[in-house]
Every structure is written in structure tokens, then in C-alpha cells.
Design a protein. Structure first.
Ligand code: SAM
Length: 302
């Protein structure tokens, strides 16, 4: 059998197959939408959106635009992080009347650092069917192209915005052996990368996955020591959407962490948290702030 030409794709029978499939009524469909490139929508998602009685969405304007791109015009129900519980009751009433409702977020997979989980919980508790239609998620897209070789990953999502809380959150991840997956807003990327360097040290690999599936997509990997310079090398880099991946703790890294921990423990028996962090920074060459956070945690003050 010879390969088909790319221009023949639109005529492929599989395109029409989505229309032949079953889309039960009285069902909530969790529909992943594109994270940038509008054509990254699945055939089944398109078909379901066309059949849906209403679309519950994070932002009615965004979803209205997206549906217009697909030639669709549907009743939209706002379902954002501040009204999930109330809207769940409205959706349940519609579903009990036999409607098909699609739940989408602004981009990617609902419920992944996005509203959706509470609605799904309530709908399932009401004994109503929930059917996922998979598609894009920024985390998985970034992992797939990172080249980091590790079967395990740990999805962190957004770090806390406040520096103190962010440092504590990072301290808790120090020994995790899986790839760490972060989402970050452009106005916080420089501060967050500084915090990652302070917590994890200069040698771990970081991957920036920026503007995935969009015109100015960039996927860049470097040691954490070089991350700030890469970000600042082009003013555009501090804009756009980011997934940040950090290599998991290696055995060598673990050994260094354990050594820093041992030194802190000894110092804390004799000195204040501040002095212990100061001396441990001089002995290990690590950042004082990160050691201070760790010292607080050891003392149980964090
Ligand atoms: N539910 C979405 C998903 O499944 O990926 C994530 C929504 S979360 C509110 C938005 C964050 O996802 C952004 O701040 C960014 O970290 C990441 N993100 C979304 N689209 C992206 C893209 N095209 N490129 C890089 N990161 C993206």
C-alpha cells in the first residue's frame, strides 16, 4: 500500500468515523482544547462540541472565540474557580434532563491547574456519567519534547507567588527523584528561576518549554546555572507561557543534600537558625536562603 499525500488527509474515512461513534446523552464530557494551535483539537472533541446542548467554560469570551473557529455557536455557561460548586448544581439539573454538556477550560485539559475537578466530583456524586475526551496538556507536551530521560515525573503546577512559601515548597521537593514539572506565569518566571537555582543548585538540568504549539515556540535545555542568562538574552523570553521542567534529584545530588543536612543538624545544635544557615552556606557553597529555609524546617519553625 502506498502512502497517501498530505493533501488527501481531509478525505480519509477516519475523519468521518468520529461522527459514527456513540455520544451518550445525560453525560458530562470533559473536553481538552488546544494550548495554542487551534488545529490540535481531536475529531471526537469537535463532533461532541457540535452535538453538545451547552458548553461549560472558564471564560465565555475565550470559548466563544474558539467555537467560532470551529463554526459552532453554543449556549455557554461560565464555570470558573469561584463558582464551581454553584454551577455544578445547574449542570446536574440539565444533565438529569438528558442533556450532553461539554466542560472545557481556556486551554488544555480541564482540571489540570484549571477549574473542573469540583464539578466532576459533584456530577459523579449525583450518579451521572462523566466521559473524558483527551487532548493537549502543556505539561505532557513539554515532557514529550524535553529529552529528559526519566520514566517518572512529579507535577507541581504553579508555585506559590510569595517568596517564603515558594522556597518552602521547593525545599519539600529537594529529594524527589522524578522530573519536576512547573507551570509559571511570564511575570514571575525570572524570580521563580532564581528560586529554583537557590534550591536545587547550579548543576541540575532545566528545560524551558515556551509558547508550545505557537508561532514562537522555544524548547531550551541548560544547567540551572545558565537559566537566568538564557531568559535575559532575549526580551521576548520573559513573555508568553512557560512550562518549566527540572531534572530530578540524582544520587550525587542526594549525597550533597544529605551532607548539607548533616552539617546543618550539627550547627543547629550549637547556633541559631541564622548562624547555622550562614556557616552551612560557607561550608557547602550553597545558597544561604535555601539553607535557612531548611534549618527552619529542621527546627520545626517553618
Ligand atoms: N489546563 C492546562 C493544561 O492542561 O496544560 C493548563 C492551564 S494553566 C491555567 C496555564 C499554564 O499552563 C500556563 O501558565 C503555562 O504554564 C502552561 N501553558 C499553557 N499553554 C501553554 C503553552 N502553549 N506553552 C507553554 N506553557 C503553556
Amino acid at each position: 500500500m502506498t502512502d497517501i499525500q498530505s493533501s488527501q488527509i481531509a478525505q480519509l474515512p477516519v475523519i468521518g468515523e468520529a461522527a459514527q461513534q456513540s455520544y451518550p446523552t445525560a453525560t458530562l464530557y470533559i473536553v481538552a482544547t488546544p494550548i495554542g494551535n487551534v488545529t490540535d483539537i481531536s475529531l471526537r472533541a469537535l463532533q461532541l462540541l457540535a452535538l453538545a446542548d451547552a458548553v461549560a467554560c472558564e471564560d465565555t469570551r475565550n470559548t466563544g472565540h474558539l467555537l467560532t473557529r470551529f463554526g459552532l455557536n453554543k449556549p455557554l455557561i461560565a464555570a470558573h474557580q469561584h463558582n464551581e460548586r454553584e454551577v455544578a448544581d445547574k449542570l446536574i439539573a440539565r444533565l438529569q434532563q438528558g442533556q450532553r454538556i461539554a466542560l472545557v477550560s481556556d486551554a488544555g485539559t480541564p482540571g489540570v491547574s484549571d477549574p473542573g475537578a469540583r464539578i466532576v466530583d459533584a456530577v459523579r456524586a449525583a450518579g451521572i456519567r462523566v466521559l473524558p475526551l483527551p487532548g493537549a496538556s502543556a505539561a505532557i507536551t513539554a515532557l514529550s519534547a524535553s529529552g529528559l530521560v526519566n520514566d517518572q515525573f512529579y507535577f507541581v503546577g504553579f508555585l506559590p507567588a510569595k517568596a517564603r512559601q515558594r522556597e518552602s515548597a521547593l525545599q519539600a521537593l529537594l529529594t524527589v527523584p522524578a522530573i519536576l514539572v512547573f507551570y509559571e506565569a511570564p511575570h514571575r518566571i525570572v524570580d521563580s528561576v532564581a528560586a529554583l537555582l537557590a534550591a536545587f543548585g547550579p548543576t541540575r538540568q532545566i528545560v524551558f518549554a515556551r509558547e508550545l504549539t505557537k508561532l514562537f515556540e522555544e524548547i531550551h535545555r541548560c544547567p540551572l546555572a545558565d537559566a537566568d542568562a538564557w531568559l535575559r538574552a532575549d526580551a521576548h523570553r520573559e513573555k508568553g507561557e512557560f512550562v518549566v521542567l527540572v531534572e530530578g534529584a540524582s544520587e550525587a545530588g542526594d549525597a550533597a543534600d544529605l551532607e548539607a543536612e548533616r552539617i546543618l543538624q550539627i550547627l543547629l545544635a550549637e547556633c541559631s537558625v541564622k548562624q547555622a544557615a550562614h556557616l552551612a552556606a560557607q561550608i557547602t557553597g550553597r545558597k544561604k536562603n535555601a539553607l535557612y529555609e531548611r534549618a527552619l524546617a529542621i527546627r520545626g519553625d517553618a
